[in-house]
Write a protein that binds this ligand. Structure first.
Ligand SMILES: [Zn+2]
Length: 195
């Protein structure tokens, strides 16, 4: 199977379906990942998220990178490890914001991508230490609470203002994201406005 279709299958997996939350109006949902999955193909389609193996662009310290309708990954084997799949889920969260054309503050969008990554790792029953190493214990604890609520209600979980403040603080102090906004303008102009 091509890497494009492998990522499509990841976005439709039972673990990714359990990612469903909103951070001050910024929606990240299983529906959103499913919508996004339709933009992955191993053949030509009019609106497509392209997947490229580009280790030099991704760099040594990460597994993947999303920018303007393209996911660049470190290797064709990126989905073979949990940490690789979790990073692709993080990058696909950026792609979901792009598909929703949400103009978002960098620290909020990165925070949401880390929460999504942590929920994915929890849903995969990953080792707690591995999750904390990837996202910090603060993010993992919020993700645990969001996932537990989702499993009870089966509907989108709103992060509290206290949780959002913690997430943004971790993005500043632990991950050192700068101030500013990301430009999200749809997947080659296609925009999704649903849940
Ligand atoms: Zn990111």
């Amino acid at each position: 199977m091509s890497l494009d279709l492998e990522i499509q299958a990841l976005l439709r997996s039972n673990e990714v379906k359990q990612i469903d939350f909103s951070m001050a109006g910024m929606l990240v949902t299983g529906h959103g990942y499913w919508q996004l999955s339709n933009y992955f193909s191993d053949g030509p389609i009019p609106h497509r998220v392209r997947v490229l193996v580009r280790p030099a662009v991704v760099g040594r310290r990460s597994n993947a990178h999303y920018d303007r309708d393209v996911i660049r990954v470190k290797s064709a084997d990126v989905l073979r490890t949990l940490s690789g799949r979790a990073t692709v889920v993080h990058e696909c969260t950026h792609a979901q914001f792009d598909l929703r054309a949400l103009h978002s503050p960098i620290r909020s969008e990165e925070g949401a991508a880390f929460i999504a990554k942590a929920i994915y790792m929890l849903a995969c029953n990953a080792d707690i230490q591995e999750i904390d190493d990837a996202v910090t214990s603060e993010i993992r604890e919020i993700a645990e609470s969001v996932l537990a609520s989702y499993r009870i209600t089966r509907s989108t979980v709103q992060l509290t203002q206290d949780e959002i403040d913690i997430v943004r603080r971790v993005m500043v102090h632990d991950f050192r994201y700068r101030n500013g906004h990301y430009t999200n303008n749809g997947i080659s102009g296609q925009i999704y406005r649903g849940l």
